[in-house]
Design a binder for this molecule. Sequence first.
Ligand SMILES: [Mn+2]
Length: 267
Amino acid sequence: MATYAIGDLQGCDLTLGRLLERIAFDATRDRLWLVGDLVNRGPRSLAVLRRLRGLGGAVTAVLGNHDLHLIARADGLARPKQRDRLEDVLLAPDRDQLLCWLRKRPLLHRQDGYVVVHAGLLPQWSVERAAELASEIEELLRGRDRARLFEGLAAGPENEWSKSLAGPKRWATIVAALTRLRTCTPEGRMDLGFSGPPDAAQKGYLPWFRVPDRKSRDATVVFGHWAALGLRLKERYLALDSGCVYGNLLTALRLEDRMLFQEPYAD
Ligand SMILES: [Mn+2]
């Protein structure tokens, strides 16, 4: 049995297929942990969703910003973005089953001393606290009231978390941190407009995982979302977005022995 953590797929199903062949993935024996952004921008989002749903319990996938955008688009609750490439999913005969599967994915997964999340954790959040907040969103996504969630996401988050936030602002701020965070101040104020390399961060801001004494430091956080950061494998964090959809590599990390497997983008 092996556990493979895999970076942002973004519709790169051909690359994923080759990577799974390379690691001789066996769904009856092995596990896949995916850091989210399964879909969009790349060529084959529909094939990615069908493949992952078909792998059943062997797959653990947390939701990324693009996955949430797809769910909102399918409900007619978000406008198309310029570089969206979601039509194959939206027009598929099995779209309802695939979207139902997607809406049931978590925003945070905890297991064996690891935390899997798409983007990051605010420094003031313990793993326990982040998991509670993630589950607030997961419940909304699965419920009948998810239109209110997406209206909140469209209205936008606060840059700063406060436990006194309530309703749509609260939900949007939780989702922004878990699925879009890259840099923040040591106090946890987010710079959500920044997507550059870490050394180009605004003055006073630093990568969230480098905030001294962040409350989640006892766990090893597995995440993606930050292609300009690239692959970084450290004791307390594993950054796995190696930019496949931009023509670079898709990465799988075998957690048991930290063996790395990579496959170049295939169209
Ligand atoms: Mn992302």
